[in-house]
Design a protein around this ligand. Sequence first.
Ligand SMILES: [Cu+2]
Length: 506
Amino acid sequence: MNTPDLTRRSVLLGGAGLATAFALAACTGGPNLLTATSAPVTAAERARRRTGRTTRVQLTAGKTNIDLAARTASTWAYNGQVPGPTIRATAGDAIRAHVTNHLPDDTTVHWHGIALRNDMDGVPPITQHAIAPGSSFDYEFTADAPGTYWYHPHVGPQLDRGLQGPLIVEDPHEPLGYDHDWVLVLDDWLDGVTATPDQVLAELKKGMSMGGMGGMGGGMGGGAPSRNGKLLTGTTSSLLGGDSGDVYYPYYLINGRPAEDPATFTAKPGQRVRLRIINAGGDTAFRFSVGGHRLTVTHTDGYPVNPVTGDSILLGMGERYDAIITVADGAFPIVADAVGKAARAFAVLRSNPGSPAPTVNGYTASDTSPVTAAVLSAPPAAALRRRGIDRRIDIALTGGMMKYDWGINGKAFDMNNPLDGAYAVREGERVQVTIANQTMMWHPFHIHGHTFQLDGGPRKDTAIVLPHQSLTVLFDADNPGLWMTHCHNIYHAESGMMAVLGYEQS
Ligand SMILES: [Cu+2]
């Protein structure tokens, strides 16, 4: 499928020309669903509120080395940095990203959380042809909703390398007042240290019976988690209902920095700071806190919430939370505990140059419950308007660690036959989705191209579903195209916990 001919055409015609040719070819003969380049996709883009300005960015995906205090790790990253460059635009701007692939593998860029035109969503082969090594692709789309988003590839487990970065869409009428706006990217790191993500996925796919993975990771009473080669066994968290993760990471990072060489943020006592916290991890939930400070949560996944103040925030992979702090006088630990993994990411907040530096283990997070989506609600500006439900979709999350057969409705997604098992909606419908987690493990569930509302809760695009529990969400089918819906544990997704949600042709 990845012919040199098409690659050359992508350069000559630009990305849209290629996407048209490919998506039409790929989806012929599938269910009666609109393709990524159909007229309704273009019409939806034309209807977006636009400023007429364009934010331009160049992203080069390539090999690089990153410095992890006592060692160097070779990895793949954007523009040679981890995280990739922070893209800042204003709501309604067009974002034009020229992406060049210097990797030895195909890649794409997915703009996580943005309700954008489908042919720019970065999911090969359904929304575009993958960007082949040595070629480039121009993404151009309107980002019309302000908020904290991020970008990463949608090819294999590439996001568990260094290929990820923040995308901040600012509100031209920002109602919050603050003195600083800091982005904190939380990450679990293994690439170039213990293995590559592809090697980890291969190990996981052997399953528990073959891989000698030891006891059930979900044991609630168990002791400390223990490393078993590339994997981690015996993780457990009451916050996540059991097994919290199965991959061993030697480092946990905040903005690409390990605890031994932490990032330092400086402010003046009394200043208000907006923290934009992104969980860019592959297999780790983080519990985020700032020593000596209360966090007032103002947004999740880009959208405002009725503010809630707490001591910590729980973030699954792919989730974002914004919080305001009022800076105290001193030097304080910024901590992201890798939930259930007995390890943490660490950075420093300093407002007094004379205060002694905090240390990574000199701080214990409060044992009060963290802020989660379950305690948040949407203000009127973010809530969906009341109306009847036109369509109900049931999604069962299935599989387990034993066979590593994660799937949806008992089926492993097949990217070679992506529309098999696809869910269909119709433009204009109010859709209710019930995600039933039939497994023994938690899953952060993500829907592309839409921001749903949790039943009575906040607007989100990625939400934690605990083991043996269901989550009901609502969304308006207002962005036609073919959209992935999947677990954001990259290893679960890659082993099959993905499906396509498409729009019927009318
Ligand atoms: Cu999962």
